[in-house]
Ligand binder design. Sequence first.
Ligand code: NAD
Length: 472
Amino acid sequence: MRDYLKFYIDGKWVDPVEHKTSNVINPATEEVSGHISMASVADVEKAVVAARKAFASWSQTTREQRLEIVLAIQAEYAKRQIEIGEAITEEMGAPNALGCGFHIGLGGGHIAAAIDSLKAFKFEELRGSTMINRVPIGVCALITPWNWPMNQVAVKVLPALATGCTMVLKPPQLAPYSAQIFAEVLHAAGVPAGVFNMLQGSGAVVGAALSAHPEVDLVSITGSEAVGVEIAKAAAPTVKRVCQELGGKSAFIVLDDADLAKNVAGATGGMMINSGQTCSAGSRLLVPKARMAEAIEAAKKAAADVTVGDPKGQFAMGPVVSKNQYNEVQRYIEIGVQEGAELIAGGPGRPEGITKGFYCKPTVFAKVSNKMKIAREEVFGPVLVIIGYDDIDHAIEIANDSDFGLAGYVNGVDKAQCNAVAKRMRTGWVSINGGFDFQAPFGGMKKSGNGREWGELGFHEYVEIQALLGYA
Ligand code: NAD
């Protein structure tokens, strides 16, 4: 049982102002795995005051001073990463190999990228006689989701620290453990008091109070579209910057010259990673219409190969995060069936033989129309839809016919053609033949938000531009 009942404020672990706790449920067992304290508005006040006070000195530190701290964070993170991976398995159900693999690898990747970016970042840039000065924006509220918990915490905290900002982190209520250990990492690394503060609790209380707080200069939210909108509204009267990293319904285009079976298998397996709870998941698989039968065969086999079970065991897929999430996934599977899509793998209910835990079946619908709900709305579970296209223009038209614009995938042999297709996609991030880069800015267009995180370009969210005219 994990009991994380204190908050991290002004360099110390402190008791909440009011005593209120919440159970944390292990999605694999449906049992209580621990408790967190739920912060109140009074705790928010304490954390923001601490961050504001620390901003005066942290914002004046040199690049070298901050680099020293970030390097210390990297060393402390390395010591605790397995513990963090295990916490991720317990809090959100990622299989152990994934929690202690890709999940912590993403966190470590963002720390390393922040180190490289901090070494090179142009805080000052002379243009003619004008100095362009990039100064830290101030006190940041960092609000994160549960699906890749360490990825999202690291990708916000590190650039905020590196640019000289101070912050209050609010991790997700459903998955609070990994963030708690991460706060211990920052403490051990010697982050000065007040620079980093962390409160556990609900979005409705803590998130809302941070968003509206006049002493908060920026809110960075990764979460759903609905919450992104709520935060923007709450933040508007204080004219703070709001960086939104929201949902997606990303297209994975397999071009006609690609090895169809191999790519469909890869896309199907990829969709099921993290039980499909990935904002950038290629959840709409676009294949040449004439080869739909071939795609169906490959997807069926790939979905059947995805083993589901106890995340502490050797299974590819664990449960989804919560009962609500399970119900949502089931609702969408029912909708897909009602809409007349061809269910070729998975379907409603838990996988055979599993009677407890929020486990879903790796599910694939084929011959889907892009007008169907299952092609338009984010399911956020292990549900893939396959859509046929006539030619490249049609594929791009389908890919772009979405309210979202987060990610895209293009796989094919003709490199020039892949690149040309990628450029025509209205999304903020496109992976060509599996391309991956911690320095590539990550973020969406349209309803997927307005932010850009990861690497050097991610630093820009946390700086204000100051023009010093007549400087030279
Ligand atoms: P969510 O929107 O329910 O919650 C996200 C965070 O916002 C949580 O910490 C929550 O407590 C907080 N919150 C809730 N209501 C709030 C309010 N009124 N004011 C302030 N904060 C509030 O999202 P979730 O279910 O945790 O995560 C899943 C969503 O996140 C999906 O839509 C997914 O696509 C998206 N996501 C996006 C990215 C990206 O980089 N674009 C990455 C991961 C997840």
